[in-house]
Ligand binder design. Structure first.
Ligand code: GLN
Length: 492
């Protein structure tokens, strides 16, 4: 029954419900794929027993008519979410072997909704990166290949690279991701799947290893928009354990899904037409604009004048918060402890020297610098002010339009190794993703076409605060009209 692994989350859920197949058959199919797909390095821990236990519970629940929204659906879990008793490392040596004694709220909610876990997914170390190459567990490989036969393996994007590769390669039907400055949307675009970062505060950060707390948001990555809606519904909700959690009811996004976007006003920000990006990105964007127009939306050119400051602003604020959040890894409380004969200071130094990789060290140094007494006003304070201006740009534009449509990333997937020695080139990949993060807005990437090398390109929809429904509906309209059914060729 290997074709069960081609089914969407909705189709798995419905098929288990109506008895077309059992949840155990589904779980076994994905477990077999996880084993066959090991060369992608997408999973850092495999938990078939968890997936099978949830599947058996789903098959039991069916007989007693007690099915839950995700009964019978096995998923992958980004290794940033604390999973009780299951190794959680955030892709870092610092947390090598760390088994949390508690469950993150988001993973708890998914299990409560009936989902099972196939394993923990590889990621950039502490979610810092855009290619999954900063992971202590080695890079994840994208299942996609260039048409010209270029043999260099491609990056799946990052930091949720394991999630992206696993979903695209059918090693799970859906996965959790987290997005601080694009880490759900950019990898989704690179591998031809969908992913949504909800409004800041929708998903609890409790038990999600912290990177930059004012930006971090969890969200789903799946093969289509409906599956994202289904997963997001299960993941969202107020949590008193997260002081920035939104105290608002979770809408029934799937039930209200509709690709009827007639009369919606969609803004096209002129500042996103930047020089030096491949012509094909512009072509796919223009096609997307035409598709929205065909669907009955009104297209409006808009201006977000502070866009050009978003990337430098993000790369001040995110490292500043990271340097503070990562101060806890001192070798005393948990995780790695380095050895040194230099007393407690020596132990701290050895721990942080051995535990962190070079990108994480770079961020800690940048963050410490921009927060230091002599530079705080010039950098951190200034960045906070510019962040407010960026948010105000969006607020103003959302008086005129309902949604904004842009490319997700300035390029298709690049080869592993292409940018890993040039941090600035790597950071530039986030140029279209970070403005919505700084403003806390819901934003989604939907696959929209292929480039000349046969690699997927994504388009991004940004919505008003709390308007995940508008984003999902426009995403569905785009998905239906793009007819994107491409998938990577078999890789094993
Ligand atoms: N690529 C960005 C960074 O390296 C975003 C990462 C993320 O969203 N977690 O910071």
């Amino acid at each position: 029954m290997s074709n069960l692994t081609d089914l969407s989350i909705a189709a798995i859920r419905d098929g288990v419900r109506d008895g077309s197949f059992t949840a155990r058959e589904v779980a076994e199919g994905f477990i077999a794929n996880v084993e066959k797909g090991r060369s992608l390095n997408a999973y850092v821990v495999e938990t078939p027993e968890h997936a099978l236990a949830a599947a058996d519970a789903a098959d039991q629940a069916r007989t007693s008519d007690d099915l839950k929204p995700l009964s019978g659906v096995p998923i992958g879990m980004k290794d940033l979410f604390a999973t009780k008793g299951v190794q959680t490392t955030a892709g870092s040596n610092m947390l090598g072997g760390f088994k949390p004694v508690y469950e993150s709220t988001v993973s708890r909610k998914l299990w409560d909704a009936g989902a099972g876990m196939l394993g923990k997914l590889n990621m950039d170390e502490f979610a810092m990166g855009s290619s999954n190459e900063t992971s202590a567990y080695g890079p994840v490989i994208s299942p996609w290949r260039r048409n010209d036969g270029g043999n260099a393996p491609l990056a799946p994007g990052g930091s949720s690279g394991g999630s992206a590769s696993a979903v695209a390669a059918r090693l799970c039907p859906g996965a959790t991701g987290t997005d601080t400055g694009g880490s759900i949307r950019q990898p989704a675009a690179f591998v031809g799947i969908s992913g949504i970062k909800p409004t800041y505060g929708r998903c609890s950060r409790w038990g999600v290893v912290a990177f930059a707390s004012s930006l971090d948001q969890a969200g789903p990555m799946a093969r289509d928009v409906r599956d994202c809606a289904i997963m997001l519904e299960a993941m969202s909700g107020f949590d008193p354990k997260d002081s920035t959690s939104l105290d608002m009811p979770v809408p029934n996004w799937e039930a209200a899904l509709s690709s009827d976007i007639r009369g919606k006003r969609i803004g096209i920000p002129r500042e996103y037409r930047i020089d030096g990006i491949p012509e094909e990105i512009g072509r796919v964007w223009d096609e997307g604009i035409e598709r929205m127009r065909d669907a009955g939306a009104e297209i409006v050119e808009v201006s977000l004048p502070h866009t050009k400051y978003a990337l430098p602003t993000y790369y001040i604020i995110a490292p500043a918060e990271a340097s503070s959040n990562l101060a806890r890894y001192d070798g005393v409380r948990y995780g790695l402890r380095g050895t040194s004969d230099g007393g407690i200071d020596g132990m701290y130094q050895a721990t942080r020297h051995d535990g962190f990789g070079s990108e994480v060290k770079r961020r800690i140094m940048i963050g410490t610098y921009v927060l230091s007494a002599g530079f705080y006003d010039a950098y951190f304070n200034q960045a906070q002010k510019v962040r407010a201006l960026i948010a105000r740009d969006f607020e103003r534009v959302f008086n005129e339009v309902d949604l904004i449509l842009t490319p997700t990333a300035p390029s298709a997937a690049f080869a592993l190794g292409d940018k890993s020695s040039d941090p600035l080139a790597m950071y530039l990949n986030d140029v279209f993703a970070v403005p919505a993060s700084l403003a806390g807005l819901p934003a989604m990437s939907v696959p929209a076409g292929l480039d000349g090398q046969g690699l997927p390109l994504g388009l991004q929809l940004i919505g008003r605060p709390f308007d995940e429904q508008g984003v999902l509906n426009a995403g569905l309209a785009l998905e239906e009209r793009s007819g994107f059914t491409h998938r990577p060729k078999a890789w094993w």
